[in-house]
Design a protein around this ligand. Structure first.
Ligand code: KG4
Ligand code: ZN
Length: 391
């Protein structure tokens, strides 16, 4: 921190899966500004295997991190006209994720923090996704979030930068994982989620819009794909839970895709099946979100009523870029008088801006009494392949 300006430069480092990402954020009393950012996707490396190969990912992170860090720092210095400036804080994802990639990022980030005499901060990747809507816009605590990515699918009350209440998670596959597996069976290149979504959009366009496409699909009985809504359950502490399950839908869709391959007009029906599958995923996500949202609005009513602005429904994670899901959540928000605040698609998927942003939020929240012991603890923390969000 520069004492005269109270300005802090935060380098965010993300390497938990298959994106190597760095971002440099400058924070001041009046807000933060992104000075530079780099993201290297490993998609070309993994696509021939049809999924992320952990060893390949870890090696690629180790090779790419120093190159991107040099570029990010040079650009930030140029942007700020401060050629000698070094970051004051290095924040790195320590979990959850693939252990090799996490270790590569953690070692690199710690080395930089020692070299620069900068503070090190351990970041939970899910918490960073959860806070990303606040980087994108005016979103006050508490807010309700659907976190949907390739590895996670959760309903969360975001109470502060470090406090969360989970209202449900997937019992089997994450939504993005299922998008990718189904997309593969339909012949789309990996990761297939965005390709499948594109095909579903083209089906809707050809039908004259989303609503007519749904009516058309109703006639075709969604290719027999099951509608899955799991009942409310309780966690070990008696809190209501609204779980998801996608594996049955995945298996049914893959079977349909195999059948289509054997028919002469299979290729023509592919976009329809993509639309049917996407609709089934979205309706499950929206329905469970609504059930959990009602509990959230009740539990947080006092805090929400004290605010001059409407409560917020947000989305984060790669699948949060999906148009059909965004439409469904926007409708849900409107129905309950909420504001829908989705981050931009690039802030939804894995990135380092959200890592640096969470560090800035935690800095702003820290009190002098707890910060020293916390800093020492974070210096020592190991990487954590599993690191659930909890209160
Ligand atoms: O958050 P993310 O970048 O990485 C993880 O932390 O998993 O999410 C990546 C996932 C992939 O499964 C990808 O196929 C999916 O998000 N995805 C989409 C769309 N864009 C990305 N799924 C459906 N529709 C999209 N438009
Ligand atoms: Zn992620």
């Amino acid at each position: 921190m520069t004492p005269d300006t109270n300005e802090c430069w935060i380098l965010g480092v993300e390497s938990s899966c298959d994106e190597t990402a760095l971002a440099l954020l400058r924070t001041r009393a009046d807000g933060s500004e992104l000075l530079s950012e780099r993201l290297a996707s490993q998609t070309p490396l993994h696509s021939r295997y049809g999924g992320v190969v952990p060893e390949v990912a870890a090696r690629a992170h180790s090779e790419t991190l120093p190159l991107l860090a040099a570029e990010v720092l040079a650009e930030a210095r140029q942007q700020a006209k401060a050629p000698e400036r070094k970051p004051d804080l290095v924040a790195a994802t320590l979990g959850p994720g693939l252990v090799g990639g996490l270790a590569a990022g953690a070692v690199f980030a710690r080395a930089l923090s020692w070299a620069w005499n900068a503070r090190f901060m351990a970041i939970n990747h899910l918490a960073a996704h959860a806070l990303s809507p606040r980087f994108a816009g005016e979103v006050a605590f508490p807010y309700f979030l659907l976190l949907v990515s390739g590895g996670h699918c959760q309903l969360v009350a975001v109470l502060s930068p470090t406090h969360f209440r989970v209202y449900g998670e997937t019992l089997d596959d994450a939504a993005g994982e299922v998008f990718d597996k189904v997309a593969r069976s339909l012949g789309f290149p990996w990761p297939g989620g965005p390709h499948l979504a594109q095909a579903a959009e083209s089906f809707a366009e050809a039908a004259g819009g989303h609503k007519p496409a749904l009516a058309e699909m109703e006639k075709q009985k969604y290719f027999g794909l099951p509608r899955v809504f799991l009942k409310q359950t309780q966690d070990s502490e008696g809190n209501p839970q609204f779980p998801f399950s996608f594996s049955g839908l995945k298996t049914a869709t893959v079977r349909q895709a195999q059948k289509l391959q054997q028919t002469s007009n299979g290729q023509d029906l592919r976009a329809g099946l993509a639309f049917a599958f996407e609709s089934r995923v979205v309706e499950q996500l929206v329905r469970q979100s609504e059930a959990a949202l009602k509990v959230f609005l009740y539990q947080e009513s006092a805090a929400l009523q004290a605010k001059p602005t409407p409560p917020v429904l947000a989305v984060a994670g790669g699948v949060g870029a999906n148009h059909a899901l965004r439409r469904g959540l926007a409708d849900l928000a409107a129905k309950h008088g909420l504001a829908f605040c989705p981050p931009t698609p690039s802030l939804c998927s894995d990135n380092a801006v959200m890592i640096a942003h969470l560090a800035a939020e935690r800095l702003a929240q820290a009190t002098p009494s707890n910060s020293n012991s916390q800093e020492e603890k974070e210096e020592q923390l190991p990487v954590r392949p599993r690191w659930p969000l909890r209160a």
